[in-house]
Design a protein around this ligand. Sequence first.
Ligand SMILES: [Zn+2]
Length: 339
Amino acid sequence: MKKSILVSFIMSLCCAPALSFAWSAEGHQIIGAIADTLLTGSKAGKKVHQLLDQNSLEKVSVWGDCVKGISPEKDFGYTSTGKYPECAPFETASGIAAMSDFVRRNHNNCNPAFDEESCHKQYHYADVALQHDHYKTGYVGTSNHDIVHAIRSAVLVLQGKPQPEPFQFKDEYEALVLLTHYVGDLHQPLHVGSVFLNADGKMINPDNGQYERGSNTVGGNALQSPYGNLHALWDDIPQPFKRGRMNEALCSKAKSIAKPAISVTPDEWPVLWADDAIHNAKILFAGTQFSKSTPNQRGNSWSIALPLEYEKTMLAVKEEALIKAGAHLAQLLQAIWPE
Ligand SMILES: [Zn+2]
């Protein structure tokens, strides 16, 4: 018993970076690159270049994760220098000052509970129970500063409108960079859908009856698969989609993704995409089985058994998610800056 607690604790330590780095950097870059391509020659594309000072969405797509290297406990200093190659462009003196400034503004502004993360880290996800078909603010795992609201807030800033509490996005540049990241995250199914389990590993609905925090598997972070943490497994980008390989193919598929109906305002788009993510999360949990829980320092952990040919499921869901994320980002920016 003791040994298994130790093992799961070590597992949770080894997997900690995955917890904070959603989609791998490569995933965010692919999504940014698809949007860059789709926007070429458009008014929105010109506006993006101007705001990013000729940089690409591909390059800035990872900033939302790079800022997690700022440590509020160390006087908002940067503690990840040299650790993540994709963050290198932001590791200049002025770049670090900008990251530190963002985290200062977005650390306590949502009044996090004692066991909740820094506010800006909460902007990257929601944890909607899979018993639901749709995202709805008010469900357990949603908040006024979850990923759906973070996207809305960034859009409002880009439209020159006031942003809602508690967000503190400084300007259009910051809003665009974060929007690029959050739209990517929203398409990773485990950034929206979560399963809630009891001690016996049976699925429960936290919106029925009393909710216990320890039942949330936090987007698969508390689930250990034979290949490691389930969330990390889904963040990983399969070889065929690595940058420079299938990128053109992904782009041409992205061009064929339809826009939402004209009657749906861009404000509602992130809700539709979140519904899609919940649908995909149901696919990724189909045929899986959970063990009894093991308590550890962070709450609980369960083992998850995956069905045969799970890799095929992952490949198909991830491909569609990357394509849609890139297409949706481009569509949203074109809705903000129409021709
Ligand atoms: Zn993220």
